[in-house]
Every structure is written in C-alpha cells, then in structure tokens.
Design a protein around this ligand. Structure first.
Ligand code: S3P
Length: 446
C-alpha cells in the first residue's frame, strides 16, 4: 500500500498484458430479485452464485425484517418465504444504503400492503428521484406519508386496505419502475398491466413466471410490450442459479482491450440480450471478443468471453441501445479514450440520475486525465488517443458511485501516468472481489 495515498483512495498504473481466467460475481439484478421473490414464495428457494455485495445484502435484510428466513448453507443461500401477500410490517426503517434497485423494487413490493414502511439511504440514494415509483403506487392507493423535496428519501409509505390494479405506461425506460409496479401488483386483486414502450431488462417478468406467477407478455402492432400480471396468486420456491454479472464483467473486459498484450477469459457471463449492448458496441469498435461455450443456465443463456487487446475504432452508439447497456457507459467511455476517432454516445439522459450524475462524473474524470471530450445534456463525445500517450495523472471524484470508481481504475491501467480515484470502498456495493480479481489478472492497482 502506498503510504502517501489517503485511506479510501486507490491508484492504478500502467500494467503489463493481463492474463488469466476469471469468474465475476453473480448478476446484481437477478440477485436482488432472487431474494425478493424467494422471500414471498411458499417453501424454499435455494440460490447459488448470489452476489454478496452490500446492495444485495440490504435487500436480504429487508426481506428478513418482513418475515422471510434467509440462511447460508455452504455455497448456497436458502430463503424460506412467507407466501405471497403474507409479509409482516417491519419494526424499523429499511436502510438501503446506496441501492437504487433494492429500494425502488421493495417500495413496489410493500406499497400495496396495509402497513407502514420507512425508507432511508446514503447521500447518493437520498438524491435520487423516487417519484417515478411513487406515482404509480399513489394510483394503486398507497399513501406517501413522508417524502423530501422532489420525492426523495427518507420516504414513509402506508399501503391501502384494498389496492387497485392499474394499467401503467412507463414514462421513462426503467426496469426498476416496471418492476416496482409489477411487484405492487402481486398483492393486488385482478390484473396489473405495465406498458413498456421501450424494452428494458426483463428479469422481473421472466423470474416471476419461473416462480409460478401468472404473467403474460404480449407485443402490440407497434412493437410495444404489454406485461399483465394476475395478483394474489401463489408463488413457489425454486432453485436459482445466478449467472455472472455482465455489468461487472465489463471492467476486466475493457481493461483487457486497452492494456496491450492482454488475453483473458471471463467465464459464465449472462448473455440475456437486454444486457449485452456493451459487447455489441465494443465488437463494432473492432474489439477482439470471442463468445465461447454458449449454454443455458437455469433459463438464461451464459457464455465465456475470451478478450484480447485490440486497436479500437470510434463509433456512434445509437440512442435506442441505451437501455441494453445503461450501466456500461462509464466503462465504455474508458475504451473510447483509446479508440481512433470520436465516439459519440447519445440518449444518455438517464445517466444523470444514477448513483451519481454519471455524465458529469465521467466527463470531469476524463478531462482530469487529459482526455478530450464534450458533455452534452444527454450525450457524450470522447476523442480517443490510441496508445494513451500523455494521458492520466488525474484525480477522480467518485461521488459514491461504484461504477465511476472501477471505470477510472481501468483507465489508469493503460494511461501513461497513473490514475487516482478518491473512494475504493464504494466498489463493495456491487463488486467486492474487484481488487483481488484484477490483481490476479496482473493489474497494478494499489
Ligand atoms: C436495474 C435497472 C436499471 C439499472 C440498475 C439495475 C434493475 O435502472 O441501471 O443498475 O435491476 O432493474 P433503471 O431502472 O433506473 O434504468
């Protein structure tokens, strides 16, 4: 450990070619949902490959506080559910820390119960808009007893005696909003319908069907998805195998592309088409990514990714692809910093309301490290410098955002000068094994 580094910071330096085979931790979206759906099912749900990151563990705490039993059994987590409609009122507020997915989905889940729940979180989560979830919940009968300006945390909800099913057209492309409405529908009589003009990750509807919920997805003549869920049905516990998180795999993947002489394999990565926008984009940029051993793992496709360093070319990323790679723009921007030409990323308005304002945080970090870029209201243009000569040497503010921290640590592996990030601890929210795993590949991060 470098004595001159402040305790929370980390520094990454130009590294020799990365090599080795790794497995990234379980998918965060699937992990949250496995604990929630297991927690409201009858019987036992046995989960292997669960992401043991802070965000997911807080979802586990919330489900326990409402009556689910969750225990570790060797490599597996075993959840004994309460049964659908049978959650108990929690004795204390839910502290969701940094977790947008956990807090928003649980708001939906409990919003139609005749009970009082309070939600708190860290400074990042307390800045994020919750109105997008409260709006449909209010229509279903939920009272918002407390909310801060702009519908922000801390928030207290009181569910109705009898919830009303709604048909809700999701106004922003958000899997969290879609999911919150569907989860509220689980404890509501009749059919709750979500209309999704722009498709987002489909884990909620797929997994609920797997747990035995009556859920139907239909596309209308305009290609718009209508998701109908019949409330108050029985869910049955089952085995869940959580595949590797493509959003975590993105970091070693981009690192291997930009560090010359690298050749790595990332095993068991989820290949659900709503999550693979980054791989597609990088392939268009001339990235050498071989998709090997495609196979089924419990209803989802997974594959191993062989990644070798590549001479990247700039591309224009279509705005329509944003929902399929929404969490990957920070790390894609690091790849763009080494690509020949200008990479244009459009349709990024949602990046402003993630764990940080990611558009601003990425642009500031790139500029601090000598990378030429333009930040628009909803786009980012990055002008790359292949070889990374003269780049780096900057200090990056992470703003309590794990993906900003990891992205810039990846950048520093290939720039001429090292890159410092001010907060290594936030990485544990989604990827606690990031440091040792990168060290195993030969990355110089201290
Ligand atoms: C998630 C949905 C996305 C994504 C987040 C996980 C989910 O958020 O950014 O990391 O598991 O549903 P939005 O719904 O806000 O787009």
């Amino acid at each position: 450990m470098n004595e001159s580094l402040p305790s929370r910071s980390a520094l990454s330096s130009r590294s020799p070619g990365l090599s080795g085979r790794i497995r990234v931790p379980g998918d965060k979206s699937v992990s949250h949902r496995a604990l929630m759906f297991g927690g409201i099912s009858d019987g036992e749900t046995r989960i292997t490959g669960l992401l043991e990151g802070e965000d997911v563990l807080r979802t586990g705490d919330a489900m326990r506080a409402m009556g689910a039993k969750i225990r570790c059994d060797g490599e597996a987590w075993v959840v004994t559910g309460t049964g659908n409609g049978c959650l108990l009122e929690p004795a204390a507020p839910f502290d969701f820390g940094n977790a947008g997915t956990g807090s928003r989905l649980i708001m939906g889940l409990v919003g139609t119960y005749d009970m009082t729940t309070r939600f708190i979180g860290d400074a990042s989560l307390s800045k994020r808009p919750m109105g997008r979830v409260l709006e449909p919940l209010r229509q279903m009968g939920t009272q918002v007893l407390e909310a801060q300006e702009g519908d922000r945390l801390p928030i207290t909800l009181q569910g109705p005696k009898h919830a009303a099913p709604i048909t809700y057209r999701v106004p922003v492309p958000s899997a969290q909003v879609k999911s919150a409405v569907l989860l509220a529908g689980l404890n509501t009589p009749g059919i709750t319908t979500v209309i999704e003009p722009v498709m987002t990750r489909d884990h909620t509807e797929k997994m609920l069907a797997g747990f035995g919920a009556s859920v139907e997805v239909e596309k209308d003549d305009d290609g718009v998805r209508h998701i109908r869920l019949e409330g108050q049905g029985r869910l049955a516990g089952r085995a869940i195998e959580v595949p590797g998180d493509p959003s975590s795999a993105a970091f070693p993947l981009v690192a291997a592309l930009i560090v010359p002489g690298s050749d790595i394999v990332i095993e068991n990565v989820l290949m659900n088409p709503t999550r693979t926008g980054l791989i597609l984009t990088l392939q268009e940029m001339n990235a050498d990514i071989e998709i090997q051993n495609r196979r089924d793992a419990g209803g989802e496709e997974v594959a191993d990714l062989r990644v070798r360093s590549s001479e990247l070319k700039a591309v224009s990323v279509p705005a329509e692809r944003a929902p399929f790679m929404i969490d990957e723009y920070p790390v894609l921007s690091m790849a763009a910093a080494f690509a020949e030409g200008e990479t244009l990323m459009q349709g990024l308005a949602e990046l402003r309301v993630k764990e940080s304002d990611r558009l601003a945080a990425v642009a500031a970090g790139l500029k601090a490290n000598g990378i030429d870029c333009t930040e628009g209201e909803d786009y980012l243009a990055v002008r790359g410098r292949p070889g990374g000569k003269g780049l780096g040497g900057g200090a990056v503010e992470t703003h309590l955002d794990h993906r900003i921290a990891m992205s810039f640590l990846v950048l520093g592996l290939a720039t001429e000068q090292p890159v410092t990030v001010d907060d290594r601890e936030i990485i544990a929210t989604s990827f606690p094994e990031f440091m040792p795993l990168m060290h195993n590949l030969g990355a110089k991060i201290e």
